[in-house]
Structure formats: C-alpha cells, structure tokens
Design a protein around this ligand. Structure first.
Ligand code: ADP
Ligand code: MG
Length: 173
C-alpha cells in the first residue's frame, strides 16, 4: 500500500532549451514527489550510449544519441509512493503525438527531430531505475528529507491527549 520508490527523471535537451525546466519540476513537486537529487549536465556520448544500451543497433540509436547530447539536460532522482509507475504515467506515451493531454509529453511535446524529441525521460522498472540512478548519481549526491506537509499523512491526532502521535515518521524507504 505504501511502497516508496526512487526513479530517474531527465529533463531532456529540447525541454531545457524551450524553458520548461520549472514547469516539469513543478508538476513533480505538486504531485507530492520528493526530488532527492538534481543537477544540470551536458550528457556526453559515452554516458548516453551506456544509458540507452538496450537500443544499440536500432535505426533510431544514432539520432537518439545526437538528441540527448545536443544541449544540457537536468537529471533528477525523484522519490515517492510507487514513484516509478507514477512518473511513467505522468510522462505519457513515447511519441508526444500519442501522449494523452494532461501528461508531460502530451502537454509539452509534438514536433520531433531525427529521433523522437519527447521532453522527459523516466525509468520504466525497478531494475532500470536502480541502474540509471547509479549511472548518473553518487550516493552522496542523494538526500533524505521530509516535505513540510508529510507529518500530516503519517501522524495521528490523539483526541484525549490533544496532540499528534508519530509526527516525525515520513521516510520509511
Ligand atoms: N521509433 C523511434 N524513432 C526515433 N526515436 C525513438 C523511437 N523510439 C524511441 N525513440 C527515442 O528513444 C527514447 C528511448 O526509447 P524508449 O525506451 O522506447 O522510450 P521511453 O523513453 O518512452 O521509455 C525515447 O524516449 C525517444 O526519445
Ligand atoms: Mg525506455
């Protein structure tokens, strides 16, 4: 019922140059997810090839590498209840023309380059999330904290005592 997961999110170069960094971060924050790691990097060819190794040999592999190395990206580790599937749903279908309105790709993407330019990357499984987080972040670049309202979800109001119980519990990762 409460499975706390971490997932890798990348605000891809098309979104960075279009000025969408804030919009995307804002959606993740408002959903109730915690950003526990974040940095801007210009992904180089070596890193891009490692990240997208599963697509090596496919016709869109070279255009994909050119796309993600074309300008800086913002990479984030995002944490929360069922974060992996939740963020995939928020991202929407791979091709922004098929992505539902209300999703990030559905709301902010349409045109494509040689590869499908689609604003955001989000890990697709526990296994990929672990691999991708390790690829982009060192342990010491990830942080633990509670968002200000989280005490509310994980505490109980004791009517008799007139106080909150368990009010410090928010991170049972
Ligand atoms: N058929 C395609 N032609 C061009 N680019 C593609 C194609 N399929 C995927 N891509 C690009 O490669 C990335 C990785 O592909 P994939 O893992 O299938 O999608 P997703 O990012 O939704 O998990 C996509 O986000 C997109 O930028
Ligand atoms: Mg994928």
């Amino acid at each position: 019922m409460r499975k706390i997961e971490r997932t890798l999110v990348i605000i891809k170069p098309d979104a960075v140059v279009r000025g969408l960094i804030g919009e995307i971060i804002s959606r993740l924050e408002k959903k109730g997810l915690r950003i526990v790691g974040m940095k801007m990097i210009h992904i180089d060819r070596e890193l891009a090839e490692k990240h997208y190794a599963e697509h090596k040999g496919k016709p869109f592999f070279e255009p994909l590498i050119d796309y993600v190395t074309k300008a800086p990206s913002v990479v984030m580790v995002v944490e929360g209840r069922y974060a992996i599937s939740v963020v995939r749903k928020m991202a929407g279908a791979t091709d922004p023309k098929d992505a539902e309105p209300g999703t990030i790709r559905g709301d902010y993407g349409l045109d494509v380059g040689d590869a499908i330019y689609n604003v955001i990357h989000a890990s697709d499984s526990e296994e990929s999330a672990k691999r991708e987080i390790e690829l982009y972040f060192k342990d010491e670049e990830l942080h633990e904290y509670c968002k200000a309202a989280e005490w509310f979800y994980h505490s109980h109001w004791d009517k008799d005592k007139g106080e909150y119980l368990d009010s410090t519990r928010c991170l049972d990762v």
